[in-house]
Ligand binder design. Structure first.
Ligand SMILES: [Fe+2]
Length: 433
């Protein structure tokens, strides 16, 4: 008798209910938080070195010995698969214990061991010291047993590798809180990278987070988006550390002058959902439901199981911010992730990582891994919407440095920004401040 596979009784579902609103006050947010080297140092000492940071994707290190580096602030780390399985990932500071040389240049590869190129000190992939040339010439001895690469905590979720420099930190699971429950229905672990870029942006890392955590600026910076999404009826939920908003797509904004016009961006979305706008006979109110059905049918036909996602998730942007610096635009079968990293020394600069990933049917061959690309500000177009943000952010940073500017005077619609600052303060000044 053949046993049938049994689906779990409880299906995964992203909760949609509104979270209770915390009282965040309405105080000015001091601009020095975006401009001063002193605050940058506080953030580094008390926050970046204490939180769980995203390093990259598990897909890049499938086999023992596969590794990639990840850079955060002034530090670099080697992320290596030591052995198969979920506990097989190790993360080391990318520094030779002999003379301080970085063991690997930024990038990815495969290693049977990590040999420093300076004097050929060599470490095993489990971090233990393997070989020291001319070891008898160290009068003080080299304690082979205790001269391992400095390791930090590593953990995985959703196909991502995370690391934490604080040996006493909470677990990744506790840190992520509601996030797995909310996002596991999308099956990030079945998504593969199709675009991977880093751009050096001339702004503080928080200004780049802020730019994606409110849609109040859509009418100003991205007027074309009023033709395809609702920037007014946006549910905002603030959780411990993390937050989200749910942006309805597949309709025109209440701010858009012609509420009955099936706009060109909507027609493009209809094609993306697998049907022809030229033969579509419905009215404006029928567009979004038709897109929901079309997207679900198309995914299902491709062999992608979207049964754990609700109808809104077929069209909308479920936009999550995982503190401190992961911003996810999530649609039915893929995500666009922004990782905002602090610059090593300059509060007026940052590194903006953009990664697109797409879900593939179970058992299908993943798309070829694109090379990582790195650019300076303005060197490459990221598409109209992100180009508009990229144009704007250096101007914001310069303005924040003006003696005439005191700080962020933000409204209720922008409260995800206030929420992030409160969480930063929990780290920098303590929860009992
Ligand atoms: Fe924007």
């Amino acid at each position: 008798m053949v046993m049938e596979a049994v689906r779990p009784v409880t299906m995964l579902r992203t909760p949609t209910e509104k979270a209770p609103e915390p009282d965040l006050g309405s105080k000015l947010i001091n601009k020095e938080r975006y401009t001063s080297p002193e605050f940058m140092k506080l953030e580094w000492d008390r926050m970046w070195t204490k939180v769980w940071n995203c390093a990259g994707r598990l897909q890049d290190i499938p086999e023992p010995g596969d590794y990639f580096t990840t850079e955060l602030g002034s530090e670099s780390f080697i992320v290596v698969r030591e052995k198969p399985g979920p506990d097989g990932i190790r993360v080391y500071f990318n520094v030779c214990l002999h003379r301080g040389n970085q063991i690997r240049n930024p990038g990815m590869g495969h290693a049977e061991s990590f040999q420093c190129t300076y004097h050929f000190f060599e470490w095993n992939i489990d971090g233990t010291l393997k070989h020291v040339p001319d070891i008898e010439t160290f009068a003080q001895d080299v304690p082979m047993e205790n001269f391992s690469l400095h390791e930090v905590k590593a953990a995985t979720w959703g196909g991502f590798v995370f690391f934490n420099m604080d040996a006493n930190s909470e677990s990744l699971e506790d840190y992520l809180g509601i996030i797995p429950e909310h996002l596991d229905p999308y099956h990030f672990e079945e998504m593969y990278i199709v675009n991977d870029k880093t751009i050096e942006w001339d702004t503080n890392w928080k200004a780049a987070v802020d730019a994606f955590n409110e849609v109040y600026h859509v009418q100003g910076i991205h007027p074309q988006l009023l033709q395809m999404l609702d920037d007014v009826n946006v549910q905002i939920d603030l959780y411990p550390k993390h937050n989200r908003y749910l942006v309805p797509f597949g309709l025109v904004s209440p701010r858009y002058p012609d509420q009955e016009e099936i706009t060109e961006p909507l027609r493009m979305m209809m094609r993306g959902a697998g049907f022809d706008p030229d033969t579509f006979e419905g009215a404006m109110a029928d567009v979004r439901p038709a897109m929901m059905k079309g997207t679900r049918d198309t995914a299902t036909k491709m062999g992608i199981d979207v049964s754990e996602l609700n109808d809104d998730q077929m069209t909308d942007d479920y936009h999550y911010m995982i503190f401190p610096n992961l911003t996810f635009n999530i649609h039915a079968t893929g995500f666009m992730l922004f990782r905002q990293r602090p610059h090593p020394t300059d509060p007026n600069k940052m590194l903006y990582d953009i990664t697109n990933a797409t879900r593939i049917p179970q058992g299908a061959t993943p798309p070829a891994r694109p090379d990582h690309e790195h650019y300076k500000h303005g060197e490459i177009s990221l598409g109209l919407v992100l180009d508009q943000d990229a144009y704007n952010l250096p101007r914001v940073q310069r303005g924040m440095n003006s003696r005439a500017y005191e700080g962020l005077w933000i409204n209720y619609k922008e409260r995800r920004i206030r929420h992030m600052h409160q969480t930063i303060d929990d780290y920098v000044f303590g929860p009992d401040r």
